[in-house]
Write a protein that binds this ligand. Structure first.
Ligand SMILES: O=P(O)(O)OC[C@H]1O[C@](O)(CO)[C@@H](O)[C@@H]1O
Length: 406
């Protein structure tokens, strides 16, 4: 951790990540994961001929075509939900429309792909498919897996361990829960936990706990990432923070609509809370405590459109900045939030994390498994060891980090 951050490096000091280099991680995501995802979504629903046609058009566009704007036929009546972000995307996409998808910044191209996928399945339309989450079948199936039940059962044994050990275990469960990303599984044949080395490339855990001393009147903000196997341990960690007075209040920030396959929305959060409350033993007790915390506003869920924007957090709008500013600490979960926090650039990996996050309105902790090329805040020795390993440590999800800026 850096106590006195030096001036924030500007983005031009490191190249923005594009997807135009065959063989690169970003290129693979656009060339392979997105087409595979279209197929999975198509197979999971009894879509109409029109929706299939729209998916065909999108598939053709992302593989052979140029970036098209949102369809002009989409409603322009501001009272209709689909109009909410058309103007913004027209602005955000101005320099990318009419050019190959692979030439756009990776962050922008991914984000816009998800927006277009929702458009194709008429998520924002006025008809019967309005609000039908195309990723719901995958998220719901995950909640029924034996792994989730085993993870909930394991809480019984953990309940009798000392609070500080439990805190560490729950923090790490929340961290490694980030490996459970359904987008990640679209093309990875077997991303099993057993294959992972569970290596932490940076660990500012003690700084995190110092920012949340017990009995202080703190507010913790958590910017969530994935639903299901990630969100459940996030909720359990929040329960621990509230129960042990590390925080008096918690605000859980969620995506307002489906995004990056498994990103958590309010609906997903309600599903996870229901799973907890209906579970036996300690998991059930946690679920009931969380529900009580929501009923008394000690736990609040919020959404903001900016969480689905193709922009770094440095560009967050004032209203979100004001909301977040009330927090003692913000925990950002996952890879995408990390990319948006530090900027989606090929930074020198030893660039201090504190320098790149100086813009953020509160002290910040990133809990992330590494699933894209961005990395900052490494010490040279760790970097050398990782580079010597010859593994895909930046992108395979086998490594993780806890980085804190006070
Ligand atoms: O769910 P997470 O941890 O944000 O990971 C999402 C990551 O997956 C990818 O979309 C690749 O599939 C990355 O580009 C992205 O950062």
């Amino acid at each position: 951790m850096t106590d006195n951050p030096s001036p924030t490096p500007t983005p031009h000091q490191a190249p923005v990540i594009l997807s135009d280099e065959p063989g690169s991680f970003a290129h693979e995501v656009l060339a392979k994961r997105h087409p595979a995802l279209i197929q999975r979504v198509r197979d999971a629903f009894p879509y109409s001929r029109r929706q299939h046609k729209a998916l065909d058009t999108l598939l053709d566009e992302i593989t052979n075509g140029v970036v098209e704007p949102l369809a002009p036929s989409a409603p322009s009546d501001p009272s209709v939900p689909s109009a909410h972000d058309h103007e913004q995307w027209a602005e955000w996409g101005r320099e990318h429309f009419g050019r190959p998808w692979f030439d756009a910044p990776f962050l922008w191209a991914e984000s816009y792909f998800y927006r277009r996928l929702l458009e194709a399945v008429e998520y924002f339309g006025t008809g019967p498919w309005q609000g039908v989450d195309p990723f719901a079948p995958f998220k719901q199936a995950e909640l029924l897996t034996p792994a989730v039940h085993q993870e909930l059962q394991a809480l019984d044994a953990l309940a009798s361990t000392p609070a500080d050990q439990r805190a560490t275990a729950l923090l790490h469960a929340s961290l490694w829960g980030n490996r459970a990303d359904l987008g990640f599984r679209v093309t990875q044949a077997n991303p099993t936990p057993a294959a992972a080395t569970n290596a932490l490339v940076a660990n500012d855990e003690s700084a995190l706990w110092r920012l949340l001393p017990a009995t202080a009147d703190s507010t913790i903000a958590v910017i969530a990432d994935n639903a299901g196997r990630e969100l459940i341990p996030d909720l359990i960690l929040i329960d621990h923070l509230l129960t042990h007075r590390h925080a008096a209040r918690a605000i859980l920030h969620l995506k307002p609509h489906p995004y990056y396959v498994s990103d958590a929305t309010p609906t997903d959060t309600i599903d996870s809370l229901r799973l907890l409350t209906q579970a036996p033993g300690e998991a059930g007790a946690i679920g009931h405590r969380l529900q009580a915390a929501m009923a008394t506003d000690r736990l609040e869920i919020r959404t903001h459109p900016f969480f689905c924007a193709p922009l770094p957090y440095a560009n967050m709008p004032d209203d979100l900045r004001d909301q977040l500013s009330t927090a003692t600490l913000t925990i950002l979960k996952g890879d995408l939030n990390y990319r948006r926090l530090v900027g989606d650039h090929l930074w020198d990996p030893t660039t201090p994390f504190a320098d790149l996050t100086a813009h953020f309105p509160t002290p910040v902790a990133a809990l992330r498994t590494l699933k894209s090329d961005v990395i900052t805040g490494l010490d040279q020795k760790t970097l050398d060891t990782l580079e010597r390993s010859g593994s895909a440590w930046r992108t395979s999800g086998t490594h993780a980090l806890i980085q804190v800026r006070r």
